[in-house]
Design a protein around this ligand. Structure first.
Ligand code: AP5
Length: 221
């Protein structure tokens, strides 16, 4: 584990592997994982006002309005654990207006990871994904098969259909260029078509370099 309070954003198309890699990153680097998709799904499940507003947009695979998302992210980033351990922001910003909203607060990452996977691979990843509600683990029927004894409890996300995946991919492709424009100076592109372990090796390298840059002493610890 490292004590560096690194600030990291992770971006990529739906099913590019963000959640899979975030689990590995927090295990090794102890950053606070803030997944906007996970927070929104919790709000929907708990029937909060924010969840009620978000549900229809998520079901359609389009972006939830900024009025719901921006304050949610800003207030999470202001919490104590984040200040002490650093953050790993997953799924934000997804548009120029979301990037602007945090630029205004001088919230900037040390590293912007962009996981690149061609569109044609994404549908297969989405429809084969299964989630364990007990541990939160992410499986894939072909690429990361679950142990047989837990198969009966696994769940599928309601937006993990081929049709909704295509809308989510289009939404991503329409916005990613604008978002990248804000973070070019700290961006590292990662080839997300490699095995999960190889993707993580590339991400670890980028994180270690960012740590060395932000705190040269830490690199020797
Ligand atoms: P969100 O939950 O963020 O979904 P997403 O961006 O579509 O990304 P996913 O969670 O689908 O994929 P992932 O990249 O985490 O992939 P995973 O690791 O699971 O957002 C959902 C919705 O919330 C949005 O559509 C929107 O409505 C709303 N929302 C969220 N953020 C918002 C924002 N900022 N503003 C407005 N609205 C917002 O991997 C996928 C599968 O592939 C798994 O089965 C995995 O096992 C497998 N896999 C992973 N890596 C590999 C590999 N290297 N090789 C083979 N298989 C792999």
């Amino acid at each position: 584990k490292t004590n560096a309070t690194l600030k990291v954003m992770i971006a990529g198309a739906p099913a590019a592997g963000k959640g899979t890699q975030c689990a590995k990153i927090i295990e090794k680097y102890n950053l606070v994982h803030i997944s906007v998709g996970d927070i929104l799904r919790d709000e929907v499940k708990n029937g909060t006002a924010a969840g009620k507003k978000a549900k229809d947009f998520m079901d359609r695979g389009v972006l939830v309005p900024d009025e719901v998302v921006v304050e949610m992210v800003k207030s999470r980033l202001a919490q104590e654990d984040v200040k002490q351990r650093g953050w790993l922001l997953d799924g934000y910003p997804r548009s120029a207006s979301q990037a602007e909203a945090i630029e205004k607060e001088a919230i900037r990452p040390d590293l912007f990871l962009l996981i690149q996977v061609p569109d044609e691979l994404l549908v297969e990843r989405v429809v084969g994904r299964r989630l364990d509600p007990v541990t939160g683990a992410i499986y894939h029927l072909k690429y990361n098969p679950p142990p047989p004894e837990i198969v009966s409890r696994l769940q599928q996300r309601s937006d993990d259909t081929e049709e909704k995946c295509r809308v989510r991919v289009d939404t991503h492709n329409a916005n990613v260029g604008a978002v990248v424009g804000y973070y070019k100076d700290v961006m590292v592109e990662i080839d997300g078509t490699q095995s999960m372990d190889d993707v993580f090796a590339a991400i670890s390298k980028a994180l270690d370099q960012a740590i060395a840059k932000s705190d040269p002493l830490e690199a020797y610890c």
